[in-house]
Write a protein that binds this ligand. Structure first.
Ligand SMILES: N[C@@H](CCC(=O)N[C@@H](CS)C(=O)NCC(=O)O)C(=O)O
Length: 219
């Protein structure tokens, strides 16, 4: 059994943040599949045992279970030293991880889920609202990444792994073609993809429910 066990599914970009970090950091980890579509994360026993918040990812280490990707990335960097922000960057890292969880990841993930993974087509007003929220925060990150290679500066840190959670999912799934719409974000994701250990999400986590089975493709 690996030292780090990541409870996850391939479609979970929040899980991918940790999988990508651990693979690029060369840590001994394995994915543990969760039947997300079958309701496992809503099951009372799963919540009691694994995560009372009812979410993936969960990182299991020495019999302990941790949740919240931003907290876990921070803990992994503190305990392994890999991709850690400097002491001077600690608060700046936290600031970007909070912006990521609240806006950059969240709006993009919600738009993708509503667009592709709901049993019924989403109301156009819902998609339009989420698209406008994505555009607002992606523009902020596009501007920030113009002229600097990684979010905190010259080298990749936990912040980059947090913000990279959803940017490698296919455009027909997300509804955004980053390579065309956000050139600086595209260049940044290519720099991250050049790190040893990088793999795209569904290859990195070939486990758990496959939400693509029920995916609604554009007409
Ligand atoms: N802020 C959390 C977000 C986790 C999250 O939203 N996970 C999704 C899958 S990607 C989930 O389990 N959602 C279940 C739900 O919201 O009920 C993190 O970064 O770990």
């Amino acid at each position: 059994m690996a030292h780090y066990r990541l409870h996850c599914i391939g479609a979970s970009g929040n899980s991918y943040k940790l999988a990508l970090y651990m693979n690029c950091a060369g840590l001994d980890w394995e994915p543990v599949g969760v039947d997300f579509a079958g309701g496992e994360t809503r099951d009372a026993n799963w919540r009691d045992h694994t995560n009372p918040m009812g979410e993936v990812p969960v990182l299991e280490v020495n019999g302990q279970f941790m949740s919240q990707s931003g907290a876990i990335l921070t803990w992994l960097a503190e305990t392994t030293g890999k991709f850690a922000p400097t002491a001077d960057q600690h608060v700046e890292a936290l600031r970007w991880i909070m912006f990521d969880n609240h806006k950059f990841t969240n709006n993009y993930a919600m738009h993708r889920f509503q667009k592709s993974f709901m049993p019924e087509p989403a109301h156009p007003a819902v998609l339009a609202f989420l698209r406008s929220r994505v555009e607002a925060c992606y523009s902020i990150v596009e501007k920030h990444l113009t002229g600097r290679p990684f979010v905190l500066g010259e080298r990749p840190t936990t912040v980059d792994f947090s913000m990279a959670g959803y940017v490698y999912y296919p455009a027909d799934e997300t509804g955004f073609d980053i390579s065309v719409e956000y050139p600086a974000i595209h260049a940044w994701r290519q720099r991250l993809a050049a790190l040893p250990g990088w793999k795209p999400p569904y290859q990195m986590m070939p486990v758990g429910s496959d939400l693509r089975v029920g995916m609604r493709r554009p007409a």
